[in-house]
Design a protein around this ligand. Structure first.
Ligand code: FAD
Length: 463
């Protein structure tokens, strides 16, 4: 009853929301501890400012132009300047640049410029290229050291309402969902990037039985929707029954990420009348409550990340040579212990998502390649997000899902020595994306209670 199988990829009958919520009661505190109290996991290295949107012209006001964010607020002029979208979307706190090679030789344990704050152990934050060879999670540097981006504090820049909206934001989401067109890419730039988007076809046949079973499940689901005890039964786009499994998974990951972002902006919302940051139930109802499929996709992502983190756990513990904090033994031990606390919780339930059912047919490798290319396109699309904070979290979360898929599909279960090569940034992205989902699940439960209480209150009034 625990496992999310391909059948559940279409309907969520197997892993109930309450199962995942129960798990989250233990996972979330461990994740919060890891991401909020360790220097390693509370800072992210990201190239936020030096890349142009590769898909359309950022200068045309549709994307990358802060005006597209400002436009959407109805009465911008009435809003105090500090609450305007342009301000809310800005990054806060000190940033440190990635150290160049020569700088590393001269001053091996300090970032090139800026500082991340007195309390931050830079040895637990900054990645030194000349130590890459000794680590398991580094990839060779392919560009100049300076292009690797800046280190930013995730704690100082929480994912929350920024006011970024309108045509610019819509254009990015539309392009993300268009990337889901595996058979015939309607995304003009995929071809321009030299990526093969046509490697599909018979794969869909392999899952016909699954789809048929899902059809039967759909009837059951419709019956369950009339049951007041299951208000959030999934209705996950069965209108697209001809879609193959991989395509559905791709869509669900994107939609689940979108739902998680929406949850956070509704949960940590700025009331522009009072200046208070507070949950906005109307925002939740309009973006999530009315769309059970979006909530279902969010839970799907939670199950997927849980499986990836559980799978990675033994590899992290066995690799005692992996150092989280160079030159700071105590912090290194503490950080590793907190990582293990999360992975052990994630592994405390029976296998929750069965990745072995994907990429199974004769076309497997090319489908995987296609899937990977589409993910890369989505991460490139993040350079088209016209709000710094949204771009930071968009980049982090696409990298987090990318890492989860890498662990799920590239890591051979039977070979402990075959751990995938993960960069520091991938580890930080993976655990922070998991933490975002844990926080979304929590917020959704609270929102649901608020809606139920409001409805109960209304019924009492009507009597
Ligand atoms: P949008 O959320 O823009 O959705 C566009 C359309 O997509 C909808 O009309 C609907 O048809 C469809 N859709 C919506 N949700 C889903 C879903 N879960 N699954 C499938 N389809 C869906 N704003 C912030 O305030 N803070 C942030 O941190 C932030 N981060 C962002 C990160 C990225 C990468 C992007 C692209 C945008 C971000 N935004 C952020 C903007 C935010 O996501 C919305 O775009 C904005 O609030 C406008 O919302 P909307 O109601 O117009 O619909």
């Amino acid at each position: 009853l625990w496992q999310i199988s391909p059948k559940a990829i279409v309907s969520d009958a197997c892993a109930s929301y309450s199962t995942l919520e129960r798990l989250n009661r233990n996972v979330k505190p461990a994740l919060d501890d890891l991401t909020q109290t360790t220097d390693f996991f509370s800072h992210y290295r990201v190239n936020l400012f030096h890349k142009k949107c590769p898909f359309w012209d950022d200068e045309n006001g549709m994307c990358g132009n802060i005006a597209c964010a400002v436009e959407t607020l109805d009465n911008e002029a009435d809003i105090p300047p500090v609450w305007r979208a342009s301000e809310l979307g800005k990054l806060e706190g000190p940033r440190a640049s990635h150290p160049g090679k020569s700088m590393q030789k001269e001053q091996p344990k300090r970032p090139l410029q800026g500082g991340l704050g007195d309390a931050v152990g830079e040895s637990c934050v900054v990645e030194y290229d000349d130590e890459c060879d000794d680590r398991d999670y580094c990839v060779p540097e392919d560009e100049s050291a300076f292009s690797k981006g800046d280190y930013v504090s995730l704690l100082r820049n929480p994912e929350r309402f920024t006011g970024y909206a309108g045509d610019g934001a819509k254009q990015v989401w539309d392009a993300i969902y268009r990337e889901n067109c595996f058979q015939r890419s309607s995304f003009p730039n995929s071809a321009a990037l030299g990526q093969d988007t046509s490697a599909r076809g018979p794969a869909a046949m392999d899952f016909r039985a699954v789809i048929e079973a899902a059809g039967r499940q759909h009837v059951l689901e419709q019956q369950r929707q009339h049951n007041p005890l299951t208000p959030f039964v999934a209705k996950t786009g069965l209108e697209h029954e001809d879609e193959c499994l991989e395509k559905r998974v791709f869509y669900r990951v994107m939609s689940g990420m979108h739902a998680s972002i929406s949850t956070h902006l509704c949960w940590d919302f700025l009331n522009q009348t009072t200046g208070q940051w507070q949950p906005n139930v109307g925002c939740y109802i309009g973006r999530l409550h009315k769309f059970p499929d979006r909530i279902s996709n969010l839970y799907f992502n939670y199950a997927l990340l849980t499986r990836a983190v559980a799978k990675l756990g033994p590899h992290l513990s066995e690799r005692k040579d992996y150092t989280f904090c160079q030159g700071d033994f105590d912090q290194d031990v503490v950080t590793r212990a907190k990582v293990m606390a999360v992975t052990e919780q994630a592994a405390s339930v029976p296998q929750i998502f069965d990745e072995s059912l994907m990429f199974k047919n004769g076309e497997g490798p090319s489908l995987k390649e296609d899937f990977r290319n589409r993910f890369r396109n989505v991460s490139r699309l993040m350079d088209c997000v016209g709000c710094d904070k949204c771009r930071l979290w968009g980049k982090l979360q696409t990298a987090g899902y990318g890492t989860a898929l890498k662990v799920l599909f590239e890591l051979d279960n039977n070979d402990a020595a075959d751990a995938p090569v993960l960069q520091r940034t991938e580890l930080v992205a993976l655990f922070n994306t998991y933490a975002r989902l844990a926080s979304s699940l929590n917020a959704i439960q609270k929102f649901r209670e608020m809606v139920e209480n409001a409805e109960a209150g209304k019924r009492v009034e009507e009597r």
